[in-house]
Design a protein around this ligand. Sequence first.
Ligand code: HEM
Length: 510
Amino acid sequence: GQELRTGTSIAVSSKRNLKVQATTGTGRLKSMDELPGPSLATTLYWLFVKGYADKSHLLQGVQKRLYGPIWRSRFGPLDIINVASPELIAQVIQQEGQYPVRSELLHWKEHRDLRGQAYGLHVDTGPEWYRIRSVLNPRMLKMQEVVAYAPIIHQVVGDLLRRIELVRSRSPDQATVPNLAAELYKFGFEVTASILFETRLGCLQEQIPRDTVRFIAAVNNMLTLSELVMLFPRWSRRILPHWKRFVQAWDDLCDVAQTLIDRRIAEIEAQVRSGEPAEGTYLTYLLSSDKMTKAEVHITATELLLGGVDTTSNTLSWTLYHLARDPEVQERLYREVSSVCPDRREPTTDDLSRMPYLKAVIKETLRLYPVVPGNGRLISESKVIVDNYWFPKKTLFHLCHYTVCHDEGEFVDAERFLPERWLRAEAGDSGRRDSPGFYQHHPYSFIPFGIGVRACVGKRVAEMEMYFTLSRLLQHYEFQPEDGSPTVEPKTRILLIPGKPINLRFLPRA
Ligand code: HEM
């Protein structure tokens, strides 16, 4: 291994102003070849023989126990450095540079090249990526702007309430909504599409639009095939169907988005012709920005739709699942919502600021079920020092977020659903890690939306959508598990999703 002598100390200040030291001292820095970790064969054994292929979130913990908080593994052509402690995650992030990259996504890029499309938010890097982000950020991360989406979200929540009422009243016990995640998925699609494309699709109607069905299937295929496409060598594409199906899935995603964009453009043109001002919250803004090409608007809209649906809908599914199983938490949340908004008044964004328990419930759900269980950083600008190792440029780091937010050392009773742990007043300030509800975890042990300039662009929209939906569902219904329904464990399909359908009883509140 190459030897470097350094006394580098990377001082980091997080939002909480907590200093993280990546001090390497004056000792010899080790090379990545000295890291422990499984061979590709061992990884394949774990995935396909031991059955972790759809439980890779748990494999993080298994490997951490075997190799310690930093280890090296292989996945197809990828050479990966896994980090599974908040301190080490912080060290990686502190060195992510001006234009962080999550991973190369070569197979996504290949699809874009094949179709002559722009790269877009996920695939683009460097100043090109930043240019697109800087168009989106003001519309998505500024609270004053995001508030403009509140009426749209409330309108779609209204549809969801009607849909729930219809489904439950038709069920044999006149209460059960089977496969709740599927209903919330259509809801998430409708919300995101109505914000982005400034148009209602009617996903919660009896007849789901054909393109919506097509989009849902394509997301599923794209996510399922993404890993296979990466794992198998290129020559296998001639004999195995996975590459063709992967390309088809992306074609479908882009196609559906294009149809929606074309529809909106036609509307805008008609408005302009009739002398009306073309007003709109989102797409109109993107289309009128001179910082993005039409091709970039297209791929960006596709990716926003892709990013916005599975994430919020699965998180909401888990929240309702836990509330149904924990009547005390549900009752407490109901009391909070009804005291701030009596008589089923629709909450405003101001009201939300008076609902700390609501926020704690969502946080706790994202801690137990981080929908993005592992994140990545490809540090391409310079070499990196993490722990006592040095890494050359272009090293890919896998940030094992699932394991870290399930760590007993960070969260007492880590496997339990305890929203109170997020309430400072109740968790106490004792500084004792053995007191239940100890809130003072390391800030990098809970980063469900990622962190830094490349963090989730949809965070604010997602939070507002989840808060409004959950509070209004609670104003109308009490949730209960279906009799004898089994516990549901999560599974991974890049995203963390329920392993089985979640069926819940919705009982109208008096
Ligand atoms: C519960 C909800 C959500 C969670 C937990 C979540 C989580 C994440 C995470 C962990 C990342 C990677 C960040 C990083 O690398 O540091 C990400 C990126 C992204 N998310 Fe979300 N997300 C959610 C909702 C949304 C929504 C509603 C949208 C769009 C409307 C969205 C669009 C995106 C996009 C476009 C990126 C890529 C950003 C970039 O590379 O610049 N997400 N999200």
